[in-house]
Ligand binder design. Structure first.
Ligand code: URA
Length: 201
């Protein structure tokens, strides 16, 4: 079945991705990490690629970075079960290296199909890799975080720091990555509450 077929569902897509061998990451993976969450979520998070714990469990963002993401969500009362969480690549890059362009290209039709099926109103990209993959013209994450963009003319897209970056910089001081992430997730909360992207801040 074509990935753009109207008959495609998240379940048939998942089955397809689980047996994917389009790129070399399929050879070293333990499990494919397809993504999880509410299939009709308004809010979708897109990370870079599975890490070690994700590869072992087949679930996205369940290792240390995932725990940090859960904390960020909880700080504004967002229930992880009500959002959808996935990655640009569905198989772990060995040693957690950044996925290559050709790996991301091979996997991208799956992310595009997930977005088309879930139809989120807002995509939060976590870190530079997913931000620049979806929006090549966006400035680096330090500049782009906290700014609302639109993706393909319709869906809002908000870059935020990757949670693993927050693990490296534990300070909560004004201007720290954690502090800036708290400003950003509050914008997400506001969008969930009002349906509008807050301006400024
Ligand atoms: N980092 C990511 O980018 N994705 C995960 O699923 C886990 C860690």
């Amino acid at each position: 079945m074509e990935l753009t077929s109207p008959a495609l569902t998240l379940d048939t897509l998942r089955a397809r991705v689980l047996s994917c061998s389009k790129c070399p990451l399929s050879e070293s993976r333990t499990n494919v990490v397809f993504g999880e969450g509410d299939p009709s979520a308004r809010l979708m998070f897109v990370g870079e690629g599975p890490g070690e714990v994700e590869d072992e469990t087949g679930r996205p963002f369940v290792g240390p970075a995932g725990q940090k993401l859960d904390e960020v969500l909880a700080s504004v009362g967002i229930d992880r079960a009500r959002v959808y969480i996935t990655n640009v690549v569905k198989c772990r890059p060995p040693g957690n290296r950044v996925p290559t362009r050709s790996e991301m290209e091979a996997c991208f039709p799956y992310l595009e199909a997930q977005i088309a099926l879930i139809k989120p109103g807002l995509i939060v990209t976590l870190g530079n890799t997913s931000t620049q993959w979806l929006l090549p013209s966006a400035p680096g994450i330090t500049k782009s975080r906290g700014t609302f963009f639109t993706w393909r003319g319709g869906i809002l897209l908000l870059p935020m720091f990757h949670p693993s970056y927050l693990l490296r910089y534990p300070s909560r001081e004004r201007g720290s990555p954690k502090y800036l992430t708290w400003l950003d997730i509050k914008k997400v909360r506001e969008w969930l509450d009002t349906g509008k992207a807050p301006v400024g801040g």
